[in-house]
Write a protein that binds this ligand. Structure first.
Ligand code: SF4
Ligand code: SF4
Length: 498
């Protein structure tokens, strides 16, 4: 049974907008990165002496570099449409977790130093000096935003709080106050190639063990190859897929799909990570450096195409940024989209009749689907609008007989974050993660009670880890959360003619 040093919110069965509790989450702050986690990323090891000047200079640089940032800071009319849209506000009742209030933490400093009115009449426009207190609030509340972008869907001006959070975190890291969890992980990818710091021999052992396990289960030799030059496909997948539950069942599923389709594929030990935490800390250079390993691996292995495994923000980075970040991809086969999501890959095979699925294999399950934020609001799939919503659902429906959607206001572009995205999937933020999961848990509970749902499928490594952790807090089994490609793998008829 999960233990907590806070009260787990009771699920009410209906969405409730909480009464304000100022300061309710003022105690929540993740561990600060040590010098050993800061310096390899190009940030100072500790708070710099002239932090105030450095922070304002950095803000000025970001305002010029990211053209949307000053627009977002200027455009808000305080209409209030976003106030009750953030899962962290709904779960914690802390008013500083309202998106507009979160934005204002940076906006009021921006006004003081970068606008005429703020420089000359600060009180009139709510502008404030940068102070230690302000920096403290930035650190707390920019680490209570999962950069999920739900609030931006409801803002009449499309103001994206995630971009403001990223800028806040970037400034903090630049003056020496980075977040330990994200920066340590990025450092591991730079050094070894994945978030876990899993070196090549350990990766090879893990995959060999997986091959043996699958062969024992099925009596069929399914390969999980690594560093195979000349394979058609390079699969980049979150490293959690190599061993975590339920992630690894997704990896087993991908292998079965490749096997049945007769398409050669490989993982890479150099680029053994699809996740890219560079986006979470808002730092372009680190995001590029992490992504560049994938381009290099594709070139070294001589593949024709790159397929991305089940990982929400990895897909957003790939879909929305790879082209300018690490492109062009003129060395790949132009017949295939770059990048291609593993769901697009499987969907395409299903459309062509290249896979035979026996839905009855999943008859012990009633499945619902959790749309991941970065897939839903930060990217797309397939060649039609809304493909990111349709394609995973079509794959699930092809794999099982019983499928139910959660309430409309909690899925598709309205989806609620799992509560652990954006670099917050760390045990020092457990209270925030549990409380931030409340809106999704409410919606899930409704389909459990009304439709008998037994499992929730997802296509994001962070969502899967987060739900494994928080479901027991709400009296639900951690094994309710499953990989979409687990459903596919379990239903796939191996050896069927096509
Ligand atoms: S981006 Fe998501 S987590 Fe951040 S304020 Fe908006 S709704 Fe909340
Ligand atoms: S919805 Fe947009 S304009 Fe309205 S308060 Fe929120 S951020 Fe400001």
């Amino acid at each position: 049974m999960a233990k907590a040093e806070f009260d787990t919110p009771q699920l009410k069965g209906i969405p409730v907008i909480p009464h304000l509790q100022p300061g309710a989450m003022a105690h929540s702050r993740p561990f600060v990165a040590k010098a050993e986690h800061q310096e390899p990323l190009g940030f100072p090891g500790e708070l710099v002496d002239d932090w105030k000047t450095k922070a304002i200079d950095k803000m000025g640089e970001l305002l010029t570099k990211y053209r949307a940032l000053p627009v977002f800071l200027d455009a808000c009319v305080k209409c209030g449409a976003c106030t009750d849209k953030c899962h962290y506000y709904l779960g914690t009742a802390d008013p500083k977790n309202m998106p507009v209030a979160r934005q204002d933490l940076l906006r009021k400093v921006y006004r003081r130093y970068f606008t005429f009115a703020g420089k000359h009449f600060p009180k009139l426009v709510g502008a404030v000096e940068l102070s230690e207190e302000v920096i403290e609030d930035w650190y707390r509340y920019y680490h209570q935003c999962s950069e999920c972008r739900r609030c931006s869907v409801y803002c009449p001006y499309g103001i994206d709080t995630a971009e403001i959070t990223m800028a806040g975190r970037e400034i903090l890291a630049h003056i020496g106050i980075g977040q330990k969890y994200s920066n340590e992980i990025i450092g591991k990818v730079h050094k070894i190639g994945n978030n876990l710091g899993l070196p090549r021999p350990a990766l090879e052992d893990t995959l060999e063990g997986l091959e043996e396990e699958v062969e024992e289960d099925l009596g069929v030799k399914i390969r999980y190859p690594v560093d195979e030059k000349g394979a058609d496909v390079l699969l980049v997948t979150p490293s959690a897929d190599f061993f975590a539950e339920p992630h690894v069942d997704g990896l087993i599923g991908y292998g079965k799909v490749f096997h049945q389709a007769g398409i050669s594929w490989t993982l890479s030990s150099y680029a053994s990570e699809a996740a890219n935490f560079g986006i979470f800390i808002g730092n372009y250079e680190n995001m590029q450096k992490v992504a560049m390993r994938i381009r290099q691996a594709a070139l070294d292995l001589g593949v024709k195409r790159i397929v991305v495994g089940e990982c929400g923000h990895a897909w957003r980075v790939a879909y929305s940024f790879w082209n300018t970040l690490i492109g062009p991809f003129d060395f790949l086969d132009p017949k295939y989209p770059v990048p291609q999501h593993v769901c697009e890959f499987t969907y395409d095979l299903l459309q062509k009749g290249a896979l035979k699925l026996d839905k009855a294999a999943n008859d012990d399950k009633v499945v619902t689907f959790h749309d991941s934020c970065n897939v839903s609001r930060g990217s797309r799939m397939g060649d039609f609008p809304g493909g990111q919503f349709v394609i995973p659902r079509e794959i699930i429906k092809a794999s099982c007989n019983h499928y139910v959607d959660m309430a409309a206001e909690t899925i598709h572009e309205n989806t609620f974050c799992c509560g652990g995205g954006g670099g917050l999937l760390t045990d020092d933020l457990t209270e925030l993660r549990v409380k931030g999961a409340v809106p999704r848990m409410e919606a899930l509970k409704r389909v459990i009670d009304e439709d008998g749902v037994t499992h929730m499928a997802a296509i994001c490594a962070i969502c899967k880890s987060q739900f494994t952790k928080v479901l027991p807090f709400f009296g639900m089994g951690m094994d309710m959360i499953i990989s979409v490609h687990q459903l596919v793998g379990d239903a796939l008829v191996l050896g069927a003619e096509h």
